[in-house]
Design a protein around this ligand. Structure first.
Ligand code: WT7
Length: 635
């Protein structure tokens, strides 16, 4: 018997030990007992982090949608699978049962087929948080097409890059989207993006805001009439365990985003198993993750993990501040939400509004609170625990990444005693290690280092689309035979982990992973800019905000600096999206550089954080004199 559901601490330790001592037996039992396979595997795990190569359940055949939908029909046909809460609170919410989901996914899958999409083809999905988003994701999986969801807050340029990187043939979008009181013309962003995407043959357009849009004949089709004609039966494509399920882009330390490739069987097993335990999910629960499906959190814990468990998963189209900051609590009350999973940045924004809006609502349905995306600071943790959880709903601070596919370090609620700001213990099967600067593992407790994972887990990303060497270089070259996360962490006296933040050139702003390089590349496109460097600095709500140091080509530039600042942020918005805008822009005559020409971000970071008392040794710099100038003009 596998331990699919862990209920107390002793059991956690016992199962954890088994998962480490006999990983293959452990995962084989989980896979065998809780999923639907068309054919079982020939081997459970084959791996070599040096290559790097990881294969789980080699030889197995399955379709993930049969696991997420079909197999529930016998017992849960009329249970709500997706509970859709629209942006506008006066618009009725929508309950999609498992049976309805089955039909809608199959119809959509048939539309894709009719448009010539086959197994292995890439389909870009650029949609707001409406049911069609989840349905189109599942429809791709139904026929074995590889979905690449692009968050609908990304700009046209960012969309172009992502469409072309993996040669998408089709884009699925909507006329527009609602975001609080605003509407966004998604279709016109797609039109702009597609000017440079010769490979896209078809665009399917869902109607959401009923705006006037232009449709290109022979390329663009309204979705609904095609769905109306399609059959609601579609045989699931039988997939290999290691066939790619999706690509999801994440920023990195060079300008080009990394298309992380997740495969089918291991991803399914791990997201389902973590979902069950990390949220202590029970049959009648109503689970809500506030993330967007455009991020990995939405893929794994709005769609695949919950549906694989036959859960009811809530999808919210809107924002926490509309029509007021009580919206989240209103939704919790209205749908009697039992698990609520959000990001520290949202918690901080809501905390700023005080507790009155909470007190107006009945939150007594809540059992488990989740946090994800960035370290949760102590104040936010207590506010969440005291006011939302009333000190009785444990907070699961879940650490993981786009690359890990599923939750890696986390408490199990009612099992692991929580500790503010600590993600606590590794999940079942996860073997973390802390490394020193010389690449040696730091053993024992009360230590701090760089966080690696020593052993494969089922949902590790298998490669970067089209660039396996970059995958090796980014994750497997810094520490031999280890996956390097890019994060720093400490381990306390009992072995609990606390994630201290990124140690590379990635900055987490409002829970969004932003590489400095793509932002700098965008700024440098401005005709007046010679060079730039971005660092993060602490921000009350966003966690981190961006500080840009910019060298103008004409140092004596007479134009108004405020206008230049606006133009720079405009370029960033066009190239990446508004999430990457800079809070502060300082113009400078130079940037501190090492003799080999590398920008010393450490110094820039300290200045941005107003920690100038201890800048360390600057004498070895190529241009030490510039440091004083920067300090004097710091914003
Ligand atoms: C980076 C990954 C995991 C889904 C959302 C983000 C940071 C994530 C935590 C946490 C401290 C966290 C890390 C990580 N991060 N969760 N609970 N505590 N830091 O996915 O965009 O791939 O970002 O987010 O720095 O490396 P992502």
């Amino acid at each position: 018997m596998s331990n699919y559901h862990i209920k107390h601490l002793e059991e956690y330790f016992q199962v954890y030990r088994k998962s480490i001592r006999e990983p293959e037996n452990f995962w084989e039992e989980v896979a065998e007992e809780h999923f639907l396979w068309r054919k079982k595997w020939d081997s459970v795990l084959d791996w070599d982090f040096a290559k790097p190569e990881v294969t789980w359940f080699k030889g197995a055949k399955l379709n993930i949608t049969e696991n997420c939908i079909d197999r529930h029909l016998a017992t849960r046909a009329n249970k709500t699978a997706i509970l859709f809460e629209p942006n506008n609170p006066n618009e009725p919410s929508e309950k999609i049962t498992y049976e309805q989901l089955y039909k809608r996914v199959n119809k959509f899958a048939n539309v894709l087929k009719k448009q010539g999409i086959k197994k292995g083809d890439r389909v870009c999905i650029y949609l707001p948080m409406i049911p069609e988003l989840a349905i189109s994701v599942l429809a791709c999986a139904r026929i074995g097409a590889i979905h690449s969801v692009v968050f609908a807050g990304f700009s046209a340029t960012a969309l172009t890059t992502r469409i072309n990187d993996c040669d998408c043939q089709m884009v699925i979008t909507s006329d527009g989207s609602y975001r609080g009181a605003k509407t966004i013309d998604l279709k016109s962003i797609v039109d702009e993006a597609l000017k440079s995407c010769p490979g896209v043959k078809t665009v399917l357009v869902a109607k959401r805001i009923h705006s006037k849009i232009t449709m290109k004949t022979g390329r663009d089709y309204w979705l609904q009439p095609l769905l109306d004609e399609a059959s609601s039966d579609c045989n699931a494509e039988i997939m290999d365990a290691e066939d790619p399920l999706f690509i999801l882009y994440t920023s990195g330390s060079t300008g080009k985003p990394k298309g992380m490739v997740h495969t089918t069987a291991g991803y399914m097993v791990y997201t389902a198993y973590t979902f069950k335990n990390v949220f202590q999910y029970k049959e009648s629960d109503v689970y809500w993750c506030t993330a967007d499906v455009g991020w990995i959190t939405g893929h794994s814990y709005i769609i695949y993990g919950p549906l694989a468990n036959g859960a009811t998963t809530l999808m919210f189209e809107g924002v926490p501040s509309y029509p007021d900051f009580g919206r989240f609590w209103e939704i919790v009350q209205k749908h009697k939400v039992t698990q609520f999973y959000t990001a520290p940045t949202a918690i901080r924004a809501l905390a700023k509004e005080g507790v009155e809006l909470i007190e107006k609502h009945d939150l007594s349905s809540l059992k488990v609170l989740g946090s994800v995306g960035e370290p949760i600071n102590e104040e936010a943790w207590h506010w969440y625990n005291d006011n939302v959880g009333k000190k009785k709903s444990p907070i699961v601070d879940t650490w993981w990444q786009t690359e890990t596919g599923g939750i890696m370090i986390t408490p199990i609620p009612f099992v692991t005693p929580t500790k503010p700001t600590y993600a606590t213990l590794p999940f079942i099967g996860i073997q973390p290690a802390l490394m020193d600067e010389n690449g040696q593992e730091i053993k024992g407790n009360q230590v701090e280092g760089r966080l690696c994972i020593k052993f494969p887990w089922p949902s590790i990303a298998r490669t970067i689309w089209g660039n396996h060497e970059r995958y090796r270089e980014t994750y497997f070259s810094a520490y031999k035979n280890n996956y390097f996360t890019g994060d720093g962490a400490l381990r306390d006296e009992v072995g609990y982990y606390r994630i201290t933040g990124r140690v590379d050139d990635v900055i987490i702003v409002s829970g969004h992973n932003l590489g400095t390089a793509p932002i700098e590349d965008a700024i440098n496109e401005h005709p007046a800019v010679a060079e730039s460097a971005i660092v993060g600095f602490p921000h009350d709500i966003k966690g981190n905000a961006l500080y840009g140091y910019v060298i103008l080509k004409d140092v004596g530039e007479t134009r108004n600096h405020d206008n230049l600042r606006k133009e720079i942020n405009q370029i960033i918005t066009e190239h990446i999206g508004p999430i990457a805008k800079l809070d502060k822009i300082q113009f400078t005559s130079g940037l501190p550089k090492t003799r080999s020409g590398k920008i010393m971000r450490r110094i820039l970071r300290k200045i941005a954080c107003k920690e100038t008392a201890n800048l360390g040794d600057t004498s070895t710099l190529l241009n030490p004199e510039v440091v004083n100038e920067i300090i004097e003009n710091a914003l």
